[in-house]
Design a binder for this molecule. Structure first.
Ligand SMILES: Cc1cc2nc3c(=O)[nH]c(=O)nc-3n(C[C@H](O)[C@H](O)[C@H](O)COP(=O)(O)OP(=O)(O)OC[C@H]3O[C@@H](n4cnc5c(N)ncnc54)[C@H](O)[C@@H]3O)c2cc1C
Length: 299
């Protein structure tokens, strides 16, 4: 606690003590975060990381919080939230955006400019940093399709590095060793397209997502990765698990791949339901689903 107080004292303008995880994540639940830091620039990130290291405090990076479930016991360290690091630059067919810039706004900017390649990933509610970290994607397109490189602070050395796509192993919702970095910005290269067509595709995708996904309830999107040759939602549905509840958490009736915070769910309800779904699907189909979402803290 002394160390947290000391950090708050050193960075009073960017730090908030005792903030609820519910305020920072799209599941809208979870416990107390000892300290949340909201740096506005790379320099502020570097300064706080240096202090965190010298004090030897636990920390975690959070973008828009749309793929993370934080425990009801909270996180007794520093959550560094990127949403204020959000500049964007355009040059030719390239867009360079800072990590906290919202992914969907990047998609919108690309479509308006007639830049093709990521339009089908519209409406993913994360940040640029989160999209790179997860290789987020939808409808056959993914972040790494257009990524050129990302710039980051290497967490072990706090050195600034530039990681080019060709030098990193990645795949479906997977980027090798990415947790070694604090992503500061990412640069994307697009193909020349037609803005009218791209905006049309973008709008169709948004309509489809609103029709098919339970966006009226807090969630973190699809809980599980797609198993080879199938869909997690199809398997969950085929096991009769739609509507299954534990406490305030529920398997969405609209999209079986989503666990929703239906009624004041505790993080432990959501976690327990995810584990139950996984177990039942395995018992009935022999397929072990693998979570795409990240669990922070003790469950
Ligand atoms: C309604 C809904 C629909 C969704 N649909 C999709 C979909 O179609 N496709 C899809 O792929 N995902 C989807 N998601 C999940 C989520 O939006 C994506 O995974 C998104 O990319 C996460 O970004 P974020 O900024 O919210 O990351 P967070 O949830 O904040 O963090 C996710 C991970 O990224 C790390 N991270 C974040 N920023 C940085 C950074 N700057 N440097 C280093 N690490 C960082 C965090 O530490 C954490 O490990 C959906 C979620 C919701 C709520």
């Amino acid at each position: 606690m002394e160390k947290i107080k000391s950090l708050k004292k050193t960075f009073p303008e960017i730090c908030i003590e005792n903030i609820s995880a519910a305020a920072l994540t799209t599941y809208k639940t979870g416990g107390n975060i000892s300290l949340a830091a909201f740096p506005k620039s790379e320099v502020e990130v570097l300064n706080i990381l240096k202090e965190i290291k010298s004090l030897d405090v636990k920390f975690y990076i959070l973008g828009a919080g749309s793929n993370v479930l934080i425990s009801d016991k909270g996180f007794d360290g520093v959550l560094i939230v990127t949403d204020k690091i959000d500049k964007i630059e355009f040059s030719g067919l390239k867009i360079k955006a800072e990590s906290g810039f919202l992914w969907d706004k990047l998609c919108e900017e690309s479509c308006v400019r007639g830049f093709a390649g990521l339009e089908k990933t519209s409406y993913i509610p994360g940040s640029v940093g989160g999209a790179v970290r997860m290789n987020a994607g939808a409808f056959g397109q993914e972040t790494f399709d257009c990524l050129d490189y990302f710039e980051a602070l290497e967490l072990e050395t706090l050195r600034k590095v530039k990681i080019e796509k060709k030098n990193i192993n990645y795949g479906y919702r997977f980027v090798e060793a990415v947790e070694k970095y604090f992503i500061i910005s990412a640069c994307f290269s697009f193909n020349k397209g037609d803005s009218k067509g791209l905006n049309l595709t973008r709008n169709e995708i948004i309509t489809k997502r609103k029709e098919k996904q339970p966006l009226d309830y807090p969630s973190a999107g699809s809980v599980f990765k797609r198993p080879p040759g199938d869909y997690a939602s199809r398997l969950i549905d085929s096991c009769g698990l739609k509507g299954l509840r534990i406490g305030g958490a529920k398997v969405s009736e609209k999209h079986a791949g989503f666990v929703i915070n239906y009624e004041n769910a505790a993080a432990s309800d959501i976690y327990a339901l995810i584990q139950k779904v996984k177990k039942e699907v395995f018992e009935k189909t022999g397929i072990m689903l693998c979570e795409e979402q990240i669990f922070l803290g003790e469950f």
